[in-house]
Design a binder for this molecule. Sequence first.
Ligand SMILES: C[S@@+](CC[C@H](N)C(=O)[O-])C[C@H]1O[C@@H](n2cnc3c(N)ncnc32)[C@H](O)[C@@H]1O
Length: 238
Amino acid sequence: MEESIIEEHDYELKNTNSENTGYTVKIKTEKCFTFTDKNTDEELTVIIPEILDPTYGMYVWPCSVVLAQYIWWHRKSIRNKTILELGAGTSLPGIVAAKCGADVVLSDSADLPQCRDNCQQSCHANGLAGVTVVGITWGRFDPGLLNLTSVDIILGSDCFYDTKDFEDILVTIAYLMDRNSNAEFWCTYQDRSSDRSLDYLLLKWNLKCEKIPLCTLMQSHLVWLVQHYLETIPYICG
Ligand SMILES: C[S@@+](CC[C@H](N)C(=O)[O-])C[C@H]1O[C@@H](n2cnc3c(N)ncnc32)[C@H](O)[C@@H]1O
């Protein structure tokens, strides 16, 4: 694995709004991430706007920093690949992929327009006019999902946090992999409870996964990175 460093800065406070709701103060900040490669002196800086809000998709989760770093390590192999990010929220991994030359589609729940706005804000902050943002709700066959042409890599950062969604996420992944048999799902999740397992659901949807070893710095977040592949046995829908 090549040597690289990620630096993270909380930018200056951009805007503090008292929104006059009586209860809510929305604080907007920007996070600045710099990815570097000591071997080649290459460097990439990404700005991610955040809104401190109870909605999960409004700020950068540790999983997305780990996945973005992994994408940076693999930047040569993702160039010109079509990449879809699910549950993208502030979209750090997808933005890094787009900056590294991938053709990126960002998605968040079709029911959460404010999260998709956040995806747009991240594109705007990084001068990415060519990135599409669509509504894809896990487990649902939204137009955003059905209208996708082809996908090489699916990204998911911290999507496996509520057990009620686990199967819905894998239904979407299984559907995409059935249509794109060489596609891979690169995903990071955080160990929040020892009694959560995807094993049964992976078996049910003919998916297998491989845990990717990370450097010590990344592991300190208690975040794991896995790649999922389609099992060779075709699954039968219905
Ligand atoms: C924990 S946040 C992670 C956000 C971002 N990927 C990150 O790691 O910083 C979970 C994300 O999943 C999205 N989400 C939640 N439920 C969803 C659903 N049913 N379908 C699609 N996206 C969903 C949220 O809007 C949010 O952006």
